[in-house]
Design a protein around this ligand. Sequence first.
Ligand code: SF4
Ligand code: SF4
Length: 389
Amino acid sequence: MKEEEYLKELSRCVRCGSCKAFCPTYDEDVTEGMAARGRLTLLRGLSLGQLTQSPVINDRVFSCILCGACAGLCPPGVDITEALYHGRNILKGSDKKRRYLRLLTKFSIKNPDLSFRLLKMLQHILFPYLTKKGILPFQSQLPDSPLRDEHYIYKAAKKRGRVALFTGCSVNFLYPHLGEALINVLIKSGYEVVLPQGEVCCGMPFRTLGLEEEAIRLAEKNMRVFGKLKVEAILSLCPTCILALKEQYPKLIGDGMDRAMDVSSFFIDKIKSPHGSRLAPHAESVTYHDPCHLNYSLGIKKEPREILKNIGFELIEAEGEGCCGFGGLFSISYKDISRSLLQKRVDAYLRTGADTIVTSCPGCIMQLSSGVKDKKVFHVIELIEEAAC
Ligand code: SF4
Ligand code: SF4
C-alpha cells in the first residue's frame, strides 16, 4: 500500500467505535488503544507526523490478534486488518520487543526441514523447559515426520475429480495426521489429491510481525507452485492459510488462489449419513468452536455445523463466540491475554456438557487442547474421516 493510499484508508475511520463491540483485546483491557479505533488513530497520528514511534504505540498495534471480529462492524468499511498489517510493517524497525521472534521466524520459515529436525532432537529438553517457563503452552511432542516430502499424487480408484492440498506449516509439521485424514476422505470420495513440491509457508507469520517483503516473496512462490495446477479446488485444513491464499495474496501481489477452500465447504454436499444415523461412534455430542479467520474473515459458520449434524452428531452450541486467544505468535507475545481468552472459551464449551469439542483450525486445536484437561479437541476432518472411511 502506498503512503498516500494508506493515509486515505486510515482517514476513512469516522471514530464511531462500532469496532469495539466484539474486540477480544478491548474486552480484556478496556482502554482506547486496545481496539481498532484507537489503533488506527495512533497509526494516523504517526502517518501525519503528529506522533513518533514508541514502545507504547508498538505495543498497541502489535497487541491486536488480527482476528477480524471488527471488520464486518465498520460502517464505512475500513480495511482494518490490512491497515494494521501495514502499520506493523512501518513499525517493525522500532519494535525491539519482537526482534528475536522475527529472527527465529525467518530462520524457521527459510529452513523448515532443518528447524523440524533440530526441534525434534531438542524437544525433550526444550519443550518442558519452555512450558515450565510459561512461554510455550502447547503440545510437547512432535510427530515422527512431516506430512509433505516431495511432489506426490494420491490416486483414487474411481476418479471423480482432482484437488490439491495446501498443507500449511501447522498440519505439515505438527499435525500430519490431519492431512492424512483429509487425503483418506478425498480418496474414498473419488478425488485424486496433489501435494505439489515447492509449497512454502503461506506468509501470515511474517505479516503478523510486519515483515511484508518476506511475505510477498512467499506469496509469489506459492502462486508459482499452485497457480498452474489443474485442480478444481485447493484445500487446506488451516483457515489462516486459506485467508492468505484467497484474500490476502491479491492485496499483496495482485493475484490469489480463488479456488482455495476449507474442507467443510468442500464436503458439505458430499458427506451425509444415511437416514441420519450416527456414523462416528466415539462421542455422543459435540460443541463447535469457530476459528476467527474462518468465521469473521471467510464467513464460514454454518457449513461445519451442517456437516457435523449430517454425520449424526448432536450439536450443542456454546454461549457466545470469540477468539480462543491463539492468534499464532500472539499467544507467545501476549500470553496473559491469550490465556484469559482461552479460559473464557473453554468455560463456555465445558458448560455445554458436550462430549467433544470440535473446530476447524490446527492453531485453535493447539490452544484449546492446552486448556482442556479431560477432553480431546478434534478437527472436523477427523470426524468426517470416521464417518466416511
Ligand atoms: S482484529 Fe480483533 S483484536 Fe484486532 S482490533 Fe479487530 S477485533 Fe480487536
Ligand atoms: S468501526 Fe470503523 S469507522 Fe468506526 S471507529 Fe471502528 S474503524 Fe473507525
